[in-house]
Design a protein around this ligand. Structure first.
Ligand code: IPM
Ligand code: MG
Length: 356
């Protein structure tokens, strides 16, 4: 079976890390019988520069046709002063919305070899394996009305709307429940129900779905406490389900538990398991073009793509095993305290993958 893949390099370190991930895809094709038709498209600042839009229509069309999408990263100072609709981040938000990729899975796994790369004490983080399920197409990121308006006294006021419908909470909860059932059936829903009505509704709906499905050990936690608990005793968590903005923040915090944000892949799925796969880190303008970014989050995103959208779980295992192996062999990019370049790290993974 031939898989149709769309590759969106994006901006900053995006092209560098995606190049390494594509070496992995090439290797799967040459050595493991993986068949793919590969297209490339523009998004983010590259879309603005190349086609006058952070999400050119052609890219969205390609994305709708594809079985899965691999994305590098978007954004950079060059485009920061453009009006909001032209900013690179809008391309990312629009492709998520345009494909209805409401379920964002962000695993935070500490590889044993990296226990000393974390800023937390080894006994706090060793063995860490958390899955954050972030709602991705609703909440304050998309709520209307939004804007900046001028008040009568001439003062300006910025405003956004945090809104969730029952149906949105329902579907993300069901995804989280499915994920939890494949693990320890423990789910922690994170909200701010002590202050926000939208969280009150969220909490009630999550409880209702879990009662209906049964067999889930559900707890609720306020987001401020969850942020603290993630740092204090992260291993108390297994699967976390939360809204768009809380999930954005908590997943960056969780990333640091694993030693480097350069290690974390993600999957963004719609209700048919069509997905877009991207590292959770950004375009890192400060190191872009230097060839020193860690490509492992992107390589691990390829593994998630194989597992969740392409039904190629064995190949996903091979990639993950190879990443583990190179880390065990001592391979380290700068973010992990080493000095390997982006392509040296990619090549190290390929060498192991070929011999597996
Ligand atoms: C992420 C990023 C994005 C987000 C930005 C780049 C729009 O931080 O994927 O976590 O906030 O969702
Ligand atoms: Mg983020």
């Amino acid at each position: 079976m031939t898989h149709n893949l769309l590759i969106l390099e994006g901006d900053g370190i995006g092209p560098e890390i995606v190049a390494e991930a594509m070496k992995v895809v090439d290797c799967l094709q040459s050595d493991y019988g993986f068949q793919a038709e590969i297209e490339h498209g523009l998004i983010g600042g590259a879309g603005v520069d190349g086609a006058g839009d952070p999400l050119p229509e052609a890219t969205l069309d390609q994305a709708k046709q594809a079985d899965a999408i691999l994305l590098g990263a978007v954004g950079g100072v060059k485009w920061d002063s453009l009006e909001r609709p032209m900013r690179p981040e809008q391309g990312l938000l629009r492709i998520r919305a345009g494909l209805d990729l409401f379920a964002n899975l962000r695993p935070a796994i500490l590889y044993p070899e990296l226990v000393d790369a974390s800023t937390l004490k080894p006994d706090v983080v060793s063995g860490l394996d958390i899955m954050i399920v972030r709602e991705l197409t609703g909440g304050i990121y998309f709520g209307q009305p939004r804007g900046i308006r001028e008040l009568e006294n001439g003062e300006k006021e910025g405003f956004n709307t945090l809104v969730y419908r029952e149906s949105e909470v329902d579907r993300i909860t069901r995804v989280a429940v499915d994920v939890a059932k494949k693990r320890s059936s423990t789910l922690c829903s994170v909200d701010k129900a002590n202050v926000l009505e939208v969280s009150e509704l969220w909490r009630n709906k999550v409880t209702e779905i879990c009662d209906e499905v049964g067999g889930i050990n559900l707890s609720h936690m306020y987001v401020d406490n969850a942020a603290m608990q993630l740092i204090r005793e992260p291993k108390q968590f297994d699967v976390i389900v939360t809204g768009n903005m809380f999930g954005d923040i908590l997943s960056d915090a969780a990333a640091m538990l694993t030693g480097s944000i350069g290690m974390l892949p993600s999957a963004s799925l719609n209700s048919d398991n069509k997905g877009m796969y991207e590292p959770i880190h950004g375009s890192a303008p400060d190191i872009a073009g230097k060839g020193i970014a860690n490509p492992l989050a992107t390589i691990l995103s390829v593994a998630m793509m194989l597992r969740y959208s392409l039904n190629e779980g064995e190949l996903a295992d091979k990639i993950e095993t190879s990443v583990r192996q190179v880390l065990a062999d001592g391979a380290r990019t700068a973010d992990l305290g080493g000095s390997m370049t982006t392509s040296e790290m990619g090549n190290a993974v390929i060498t192991v993958l070929k011999s597996n």
